[in-house]
Write a protein that binds this ligand. Structure first.
Ligand code: NAP
Length: 261
């Protein structure tokens, strides 16, 4: 089922959007919808863009309202530079989607290192803070109510599966940061919410989960299947649009097929 077909076409036309990790997976699906809908999008694609799944032909009409960049967001300087490039390209920002993140391997508790902790938290937690802080002046200049949508994870609540403790804890940080900023930025007319995917069938799990594990998860999911990137688009866009969620802030929407925790 294509859940984005329920959105009024052009709802995001003219909106200025910055999104991270938009080269593939969930971020690519969100950014592609926004570009097609007429938003002016600054898309950070990933570390180098080599994995980008974008479906637009290079230089095609669809790219007129799209600016892209790449950079390793776990590096504070590169995350700051990304925010500066987005400010230059967009001037004001109506919607910021902090989506970039990943698990960076499964490490059992007995083999944990400070280096792994830093790598995972610099990407999944610190980069969200650095990009958000860098773009705050542009969000404060938004033409109407602005929205930040963070991408956290079901593992922030469940603790995740074995080997993902630091990733899950970093996503717990993102969830709490979301709630905290919602209160702090309400006075600036900026709403802050998050989507919290369960198991979504993207490249993410090709790296970190076996086929058997994914099949077990699908079987244990009340709606009987894994999620898709498309399933995440509609929840993210709902939270991004003041027309639909203008009185909602500090909330986290689970996209997990009904898994209870
Ligand atoms: N898939 C799931 O089941 C699931 C569940 C819960 C939460 N999430 C979260 O949803 C978000 C999107 O995940 P996804 O499933 O779409 O995964 P994905 O297909 O692997 O995409 C992840 C995106 O983040 C970017 N990224 C990763 N490390 C980066 C770094 N060091 N610097 C800059 N960009 C980096 C990737 O760029 P590269 O192409 O350079 O790697 C890519 O664009 C992530 O925050 C993830 O934690 C996913």
């Amino acid at each position: 089922m294509n859940t984005t077909s329920g959105f009024r076409p052009g709802l995001f036309a003219g909106k200025h959007v910055a999104i991270t990790g938009a080269g593939r997976g969930i971020g690519a699906a969100i950014a592609e919808y926004l570009v097609r809908d007429g938003a002016t999008v600054f898309a950070h694609l990933g570390r180098d863009g080599n994995q980008s799944h974008w479906h637009f032909p290079a230089g095609g009409d669809d790219q007129k309202n799209l600016t892209t960049c790449c950079g390793d967001l776990s590096d504070e300087a590169e995350a700051k530079a990304m925010a500066e490039k987005a400010m230059d390209a967009l001037d004001h920002v109506d919607i910021l989607i902090n989506n970039a993140g990943t698990m960076l391997g499964r490490v059992p508790a007995s083999k944990m290192t400070a280096a792994h902790y830093r790598q995972v938290s610099d990407l999944n937690a610190q980069s969200v803070v650095v990009v958000t802080t860098g773009l705050l002046p542009a969000l404060q200049k938004a033409t109407s109510q602005a929205a930040i949508v963070n991408v956290t994870s079901i593992s922030a609540n469940t603790g995740g599966s074995p080997g993902s403790s630091i990733y899950s804890a970093a996503k717990g940080f993102v969830s709490t940061y979301t709630r905290s900023l919602a209160t702090e930025l309400a006075g600036d007319n900026i709403r802050v919410n998050a989507i919290s995917p369960g198991t979504i069938d993207t490249d993410f799990h090709q790296r970190y989960s076996t086929k058997e594990k994914l099949a077990r998860t699908a079987a244990n999911t009340p709606l009987g299947r894994l999620g898709t990137a498309e399933d995440c688009v509609s929840a993210c866009l709902f939270l991004a649009a003041p027309e639909m969620s203008g009185y909602i802030t500090g909330q986290i929407i689970g996209i997990n097929g009904g898994i209870a925790f």
